[in-house]
Ligand binder design. Structure first.
Ligand code: HEM
Length: 188
């Protein structure tokens, strides 16, 4: 799918494409402490057009699918999908994501849409259970046993290099755990 040039995707413009990276590091909770998982992944972003809400808000939308595999045995150990959205009028950036542990997040941030320099931009979004705007929804089991209380992410694209860092705060095994993921990917 090629990007629709009629629509201004602002800071999302350069996401389009298939990206691969093998420098991933996941720090995940474990009953005995911490699990460190080196990983590789593919993220496919497609610009899917715009939507109008209540006849007034226009969001430019990019859909993605992220497949993460363990370096040690090639097993898929994280599968995520969602949308990045940008509201040109207000500069609000929204990242909605769902993971198959029955957890969904709607994280928000801001980008004025002006490129920081050609081909380079940074997106920052966050959500928290106690945030007044940007929330987390989870199943009763996860709420009671592995509760996600906060999420923050920074994603930067510099021409054909994409890197991200994210922290998911999880209350699990009787403690508060900072579950982190980071990787650098190249456009294929
Ligand atoms: C590249 C991204 C991610 C990777 C590679 C990843 C990987 C993992 C791994 C390996 C575990 C430990 C599983 C286990 O030992 O049972 C885990 C746990 C968990 N992750 Fe992630 N994760 C990622 C992103 C996320 C995100 C975005 C969220 C929230 C939406 C999240 C929520 C959780 C929760 C709640 C747990 C605790 C479940 C448990 O250990 O029983 N993760 N993750």
């Amino acid at each position: 799918m090629s990007i629709d040039t009629e629509i201004d995707y602002g800071p999302l413009t350069n996401l389009e494409g298939v990206w691969k990276g093998d420098k991933g590091l996941d720090i995940a909770p474990d009953p005995d402490g911490t699990e460190r998982n080196p990983y590789y992944e593919t993220i496919s972003y497609s610009a899917i057009g715009d939507v109008t809400n209540a006849k007034s808000q226009v969001l430019a939308v990019v859909h993605y699918r992220q497949i993460v595999q363990l370096k040690s045995n090639d097993k898929i150990f994280h599968d995520q999908t969602g949308y990045w959205m940008w509201d040109k009028k207000t500069g609000i950036v929204i990242h909605s994501l769902t993971i198959p542990r029955a957890v969904s997040i709607l994280a928000g941030g801001f980008h004025n849409g002006k490129e920081q320099s050609a081909g380079h931009f940074i997106l920052q979004v966050s959500a928290a259970l106690n945030d007044k705007d940007w929330h987390i929804i989870q199943s009763p089991f996860m709420r009671d046993n592995a509760r996600t209380t906060a999420f923050k992410q920074q994603l930067s694209v510099d021409n054909d290099t994409l890197s991200y860092t994210q922290t998911t705060t999880v209350e699990i095994y009787g403690k508060v755990f900072e579950h982190t993921d980071q990787n650098e990917l190249t456009r294929q």
